[in-house]
Design a protein around this ligand. Structure first.
Ligand SMILES: C[S@@+](CC[C@H](N)C(=O)[O-])C[C@H]1O[C@@H](n2cnc3c(N)ncnc32)[C@H](O)[C@@H]1O
Length: 226
């Protein structure tokens, strides 16, 4: 790949998502990436042949611009659009610059959805975490895959913000008959090196939840429940 993502070196459970994607979805599936940033995940997914719907609220992550980096200071960073073109993959990606909480999930309907550490951003605290998660669930076609890695609480202030969550709490959104949780994982607290947006080494704890949406005959479920 000609350029590296600003987020290239941050810890990720993306390999676990990729494995489930291969197992659960067709090789030409459409994957929605929520909080796509400059494409750390969009580029490898497109390179693997998936069609991507990328949604990102930060226009500079999409179009490039100046960023403040821990060692090099202010530098120009290419955005998702330039990085996709540089890799000759732009034909595989539909980009939407918008707040995910304001977009109708039907517009982003896909076979799989992936997000990486997006919903804890303070702009999302205006709405309950459940709304973010439910919107992601609604855009997944029956038979498809839900994947999210997220920040878990490590600091005292995180204990009061539900958007810093745990795999157990998140799994409560997946109890309906059409969802099965495939995998949950979590790290211990770990030190991550300084990166864009966090200019000093800092402590994180991360979780993962992968779930499959089933094709459910709702009449049959209703009969069973009666
Ligand atoms: C930790 S960054 C990761 C970026 C991406 N994973 C990458 O590697 O390039 C999370 C991204 O989610 C985006 N984001 C957070 N909340 C969002 C929302 N409601 N709608 C769209 N994007 C959002 C942020 O702007 C940020 O670019």
């Amino acid at each position: 790949m000609p350029t590296a993502s600003l987020w290239e070196r941050t810890l990720t459970f993306f390999p676990q998502f990729r494995r489930s994607l291969t197992e659960e979805c067709r090789p030409d599936a459409t994957v929605a990436v929520v909080g796509a940033g400059d494409g750390k995940f969009v580029l490898p997914l497109a390179e693997a042949g998936y069609s991507i719907i990328a949604i990102e609220s930060d226009a500079s992550a999409l179009n490039g611009g100046e960023v403040l980096l821990p060692t090099s200071g202010i530098a120009y960073a290419p955005g998702l659009v330039e990085r996709m073109k540089g890799a000759d993959l732009d034909h595989l990606v539909r980009i939407r610059c918008a707040d995910f909480l304001e977009v109708d999930p039907i517009e982003m309907a896909a076979d799989a959805v992936w997000t990486s550490c997006s919903w804890h951003y303070s702009a999302n605290h205006k709405r309950p975490l459940g709304e973010f998660v439910t919107r992601m669930q609604r855009l997944v076609h029956p038979g498809g895959l839900f994947g999210a890695e997220f920040m878990m609480p490590v600091e005292e202030r995180h204990q009061h913000i539900e958007h810093y969550t745990t795999p157990d709490k998140l799994a409560r959104y997946f109890t309906a008959a059409d969802w099965t949780v495939l995998l949950t994982l979590q790290t211990e607290a770990f030190v991550e090196r300084a990166h864009v947006g966090q200019l000093h080494d800092h402590t994180h704890r991360m979780g993962l939840l992968l779930a499959k949406r089933h094709q459910v005959d709702h009449e049959e479920v209703g009969t069973r429940q009666r």
